[in-house]
Design a protein around this ligand. Structure first.
Ligand SMILES: [Mn+2]
Length: 358
């Protein structure tokens, strides 16, 4: 297995280093292919201590941003690697994950469960339907592509994924604001979810790294739920922590004023991120400014201390409140909303999925 990481923003050298250092700590003999055209002299100096990291400093020919995944992965597969593990540059490793991949049939595709705060549901395979694909299967949730294990057996899927990411209709959608963009074309993983639930690719066996045990998808106030925290207390940390959407190294790069009470809560929750807590131990290895790792407010400093700087406890009071609000919202929604729109009722989803298969 070889790890594939790409980054095209020079300003993301710190999170990139954190991923490489954490990989070297927990999976020391795992080779890494890094695509980072913006690497400067100080980054090259840093790489000298990581002999298993190979730097590709020429940009990938066809794609940028989050649409780069199929091209980067297939480049490595075509170069002779059999088994590629994609990891997003906004992820830090907190545990050896290799046993999850050992001995897996090459036909199995590994990916992760989407963040609860994201566009979590793919009820009734709505993305595949919106793309006009024939229904193949109902996935339990949206596929998150932060971590993916892909083999040569998946080359047809990668080719099709890249075709769609390069299609005019998708490219036009990417230029729209996030409010106006059709949800089935929101990003690369909406397209992959559509393909994997379509008839064409529904035979691909999936192994999903779940929220909590496999990965923390730290996005929004449901980023690290109470259930995930208790699971980590009992069974140890997850393999990966994904700083999805909101990045502390971006948001806390400079001092900023809190705009309103909602901003206060969101900012505080980001300031209590398990990603930042895990990053602390590598601070001395970074040449970049690390002020974003420090608590940005007295409240954050207090909550980190009260949680003993232990990720499952830091931010627990906010996680409890967020869980209560979410569950209250759900039960209200179930009572009033599902009655009016039976398509979203889980029982109906099963029925309609069954009908579509017939
Ligand atoms: Mn990411």
């Amino acid at each position: 297995m070889i790890v594939c990481i790409t980054e095209d923003r020079a300003s993301f050298s710190a999170p990139l280093k954190l991923l490489l250092l954490s990989l070297a700590k927990y999976c020391p003999d795992l080779p890494v292919q890094l695509f980072f055209p913006a690497a400067d002299a100080s980054f090259l100096e840093f790489l000298k201590r990581l002999p298993l990291v190979t730097l590709n400093s020429t940009p990938l020919a066809r794609s940028t941003g989050w649409n780069v995944k199929p091209e980067a992965i297939s480049t490595l597969l075509h170069a002779g690697h059999d088994d590629v593990l994609w990891i997003d540059s906004d992820i830090i490793v907190t545990r050896d994950f290799r046993h999850e991949f050992a001995g897996l049939d090459p036909r199995v595709l590994v990916a992760t469960e989407e963040a609860l705060w994201g566009n979590y549901s793919d009820a009734n395979a709505w993305r595949a339907r919106a793309w006009g694909f024939k229904f193949g299967r109902q996935l339990p949730f949206t596929i998150n592509t932060g971590v993916m294990r892909v083999t040569r057996s998946h080359l047809p899927l990668l080719t099709r994924w890249q075709e769609l990411l390069e299609s005019d209709v998708y490219k036009q959608a990417q230029r729209l604001s996030t409010e106006d963009r059709p949800m089935h074309m929101f990003g690369d993983q909406d397209v992959l979810t559509a393909l994997l639930s379509s008839a064409e690719f529904s035979d691909i066996e999936l192994k999903i790294l779940k929220r909590g045990s496999g990965i923390v998808q730290y996005f929004g106030l449901s980023g690290y739920t109470c259930a995930e925290r208790f699971q980590n207390i009992l069974h140890g940390p997850p393999y990966f922590i994904h700083s999805q959407v909101f990045k502390p190294w971006v948001k806390f790069a400079a001092k900023r004023q809190i705009e309103n009470s909602r901003d206060f809560v969101d900012t505080l929750y980001l300031d209590l991120s398990p990603y930042t807590l895990a990053a602390q131990e590598y601070k001395a290895d970074l040449t970049e400014p690390c002020t974003w790792m420090q608590p940005q407010s007295t409240t954050a400093a207090l909550l980190r201390a009260v949680g003993f700087w232990y990720a499952p406890l830091v931010g627990l009071p906010i996680a409890i409140l967020a869980d209560i609000v979410k569950n209250a919202n759900l039960s209200i929604a179930k009572r009033f909303y599902f009655k009016r729109n039976s398509l979203h009722d889980p029982a109906d989803l099963k029925r309609s999925a069954g009908n579509a298969q017939q």
